[in-house]
Design a protein around this ligand. Structure first.
Ligand code: APR
Length: 252
């Protein structure tokens, strides 16, 4: 039985256009809990799916804002892990490589990935709840002279909210359209650290496979993607991706 890493190297050697889909698992070793981890302490009693919705925000804007401030703090303290860096280094092996992420942190960019599509937004950014100046109406909270939580939009007075996609909301259209296009055109798709439970992101590996691209999964557990994966690297991305990069280098 060939070593799965070697199987992946054989597949990647044929690839020109590599599409990568990442989820919360790729940031886990950076200390950012995955979305479905039970959040510690103060937030343990809250179910993210009850906080990350427009209704929850309208019902209790301060609670939702404070939860995102808590998560922003964690993301600010997080550093890219060896998995992020190995993924960024993979770019030199492919004429085209795009990272499509469900994560709202910017650890891929910090690690050097040069083309990242954020399907679910960016937790470091805030926007007017009413998008009163257009979609999205980004607001630099640091420039607002207020300690109200949540702050109010300086243009229209609506609440300011995190620039992330909440349950029940549509994804940023340009990001989603490009992600579908990249998945259709890919000749290999690498899927890292996602449970594959949330669509439309979870549909992208099937789009790639339908168009003839083998799907490779990196995950210590099984996921909804595992059943369509040609090869699975069973382990944390912070370990498996550096090993994969090393094997590619040795195969040069
Ligand atoms: N390396 C790789 N994968 C890991 C690691 C690791 N070190 N640790 C955990 N995982 C895997 C888990 O096994 C799981 O399959 O990462 C996956 C995380 O799954 P979720 O917590 O469901 O996160 P994700 O798939 O990104 O969720 C998708 O759902 O809740 C919404 O908007 C939210 O973007 C999120 C989306």
């Amino acid at each position: 039985m060939t070593d799965p890493i070697q199987q992946v190297v054989t597949i990647l050697k044929q690839a020109q256009r590599l599409a990568v889909l990442t989820g919360a698992g790729v940031s886990k070793e950076s200390g950012v809990p995955t979305f479905r981890d039970a959040l510690e302490g103060l937030w343990a009693r809250y179910d993210p799916q009850q906080l990350a919705t427009p209704d929850a925000f309208q019902r209790n804007p301060k609670l939702v804002w404070d939860w995102y401030e808590y998560r922003r703090q964690m993301v600010r303290m997080a550093e890219p892990n060896p998995g992020h860096y190995a993924l960024a280094a993979l770019e030199s092996y492919f004429p085209e490589m795009v990272v499509i992420t469900q994560n709202v942190d910017d650890l891929h960019e910090q690690a050097g990935s040069s083309d990242v599509i954020h399907l679910h937004g960016n937790i470091a950014q805030s926007k007017c709840f009413a998008n009163c100046q257009g979609v999205p109406t980004l607001i630099d909270v640091a420039e607002l002279d207020t300690d109200e939580t949540p702050p109010k939009c300086p243009h229209c007075g609506a609440y300011v909210r995190p620039d992330v996609v909440w349950f029940g909301e549509i994804l940023p259209e340009d990001a989603l359209l490009r992600a579908y296009h990249i998945s259709e055109q890919a000749d290999v798709m690498l899927v890292i650290g996602t449970s594959g439970m949330v669509t439309p992101a979870a549909n992208l590996p099937e789009v790639a496979q339908y168009n003839g691209a083998p799907v490779i999964e990196v995950n210590p557990d099984t996921s909804m993607i595992t059943r369509i994966a040609s090869v699975k690297l069973d382990g944390p991305s912070g370990v498996m991706l550096p090993r994969l990069l090393e094997a590619l280098r040795n195969d040069d």
